[in-house]
Write a protein that binds this ligand. Structure first.
Ligand code: CTP
Ligand SMILES: C[C@](O)(CO)[C@H](O)COP(=O)(O)O
Length: 249
């Protein structure tokens, strides 16, 4: 049999896990962060739509606040979402890391590529999502979207009682990147990372780094910022208003 007559392998299928189980302490008192609204629509729905906008994403697993899975299912039912995408909701855990692991546990076997995307980054553009997927399809085991920093960063040491923190180092800014989501992974690599790394980390890619594998960077986007503090809500609603103007309605 010649090479040309062999059936081509089935294309890798892509699922997104959206951890949305955080409280949003830095945003201040109120509903869990993912359920707070931006221009009347829950942040989580914006985030789900942003990931489902990619034609490559055929499953979205939403990791809901531990006591909020029913409410999240109702929200997904009540909002218009693409028909081509399946949705699964699972309850989350005490940390982002645990919530992501619970989301991974809910993935059916046929998905080979996994995106992990913060519900708290509701406005990520589809081109950023597709850029991450493309880099994983091209063979990277782990991919992060990232931007150069505008501020100079200082490393500080512990403060003596009653004294201000001392600066101990100034990393070279040109080599630093602010990392966003979705982060994209070969599924087996991400599962192994979550099985292997037990210490607390702030993103999934750093777990893959701990396996000794290379994580690659693709361009992030300013609109993929994380809603963390109250001013970020103002910025997110301003971005939505600008998009409406640009769309001409
Ligand atoms: N136990 C947790 C904690 C966080 N997250 C999710 O991880 C993402 C990034 O976390 P972050 O912005 O820190 O959200 P919160 O933990 O809600 O914020 P805070 O630290 O201010 O409480 C969010 O989409 C959040 O819902 C989660 O699924 N489960
Ligand atoms: C994953 C992340 O969004 C990458 O920047 C970030 O590390 C999440 O941090 P948080 O403290 O859980 O918001």
């Amino acid at each position: 049999m010649s090479d040309d007559s062999r059936p081509s392998p089935a294309p890798a299928r892509t699922a997104a896990v959206i951890p949305a189980a955080g409280r949003g302490v830095r945003l201040g008192p109120g509903a869990p962060k993912a359920l707070r609204t931006l221009n009347g629509t829950p942040m989580l729905i914006h985030a789900v739509r942003a990931l489902a906008a990619s034609r490559a994403v055929s499953l979205v697993v939403v990791v809901a606040p531990p006591d909020g899975a029913g409410e999240v299912k109702s929200l997904l039912d009540a909002h218009a979402l693409p028909d081509r995408t399946d949705f699964v909701v699972v309850p989350g855990g005490d940390s982002r890391q645990e919530s992501v692991r619970l989301g991974l546990d809910a993935l059916p076997p046929e998905y080979d590529i996994v995106l992990v995307h913060d519900a708290a980054r509701p406005l990520v553009p589809v081109d950023t999502v597709d850029g991450v997927i493309e880099a994983v399809r091209e063979g990277a085991p782990a991919v992060v979207p990232a931007l150069p920093l505008a501020d100079t960063v200082k490393e500080v040491g512990p403060a003596a009682p009653g004294e201000p923190e001392p600066v101990v180092a100034t990393p070279v800014r040109a080599r630093l990147r602010a990392v966003q989501t979705p982060q994209g992974f070969d599924r087996a690599t991400l599962v192994r990372a979550h099985e292997t790394v037990t210490e607390d980390v702030t993103d999934d890619a750093s777990m893959v780094e701990q396996l000794g594998l290379t994580v690659v960077v693709v361009p992030g986007h300013e609109e993929a910022f994380k809603v963390t503090r109250p001013l970020d809500l103002v910025l997110a609603e301003a971005v939505l208003a600008r998009r409406r103007l640009n769309d001409g309605f």
